[in-house]
Design a protein around this ligand. Structure first.
Ligand SMILES: [Cu+2]
Length: 159
């Protein structure tokens, strides 16, 4: 991996845990179960009104542990790793329930990606710009081995 790639997107359709740079995420057709008209929803949203929500990753918790979003509203979710270790923001059900405008990390941006998991290195941050689409309650966890056992789990609600 290139040293200046600070956060990593892992796209659906790539094998196993292989990581790739933000520019290599899966684009085009949505994976099964994802929002199919994400592009139109992103285009229709009023991004100047996007609310910023911050979640911190550390050893070994998400702060806050529960995130809540309103259906139809645009957000910038800032995921900050304030810990000493790399952590992931793993919430596939949630990612399938939103329309992503872009992901920004380490100075690079990826437009209209389908995201499965975000990996954030120590003292780095990733911004996820999205519209909340499908109401529901979704599990959040860090998928680094044992981190969930140590308490890195959470919940995301779209109302
Ligand atoms: Cu972790």
């Amino acid at each position: 991996m290139v040293g200046n790639v600070r956060a990593i997107l892992i796209a659906l359709g790539l094998s196993g845990m292989s990581a790739c740079a933000p520019g290599e995420v899966l684009l085009g057709e949505p994976p099964q179960g994802y929002v199919e008209d994400a592009k139109a929803r992103v285009a229709a949203a009023e991004w100047s009104k996007a609310e910023t929500v911050t979640v911190a990753l550390s050893e070994f918790r998400f702060t806050p542990q529960e995130l809540e979003f309103r259906k139809g509203a645009p957000y910038r979710l800032r995921i900050e790793n304030r810990g000493k270790l790399s952590h992931t923001f793993d919430a596939e059900g949630f990612f399938a329930a939103i329309a992503v405008q872009k992901v920004r990390s380490g100075g690079s941006e990826t437009a209209l990606p389908y995201v499965k998991r975000l990996v954030v290195a120590s003292e780095e941050a990733t911004d996820l710009y999205f519209v909340a689409v499908t109401p529901g309650t979704y599990d959040l966890e860090c998928s680094v081995p044992l981190h969930d056992t140590f308490g890195m789990t959470g919940r995301i609600v779209i109302r």
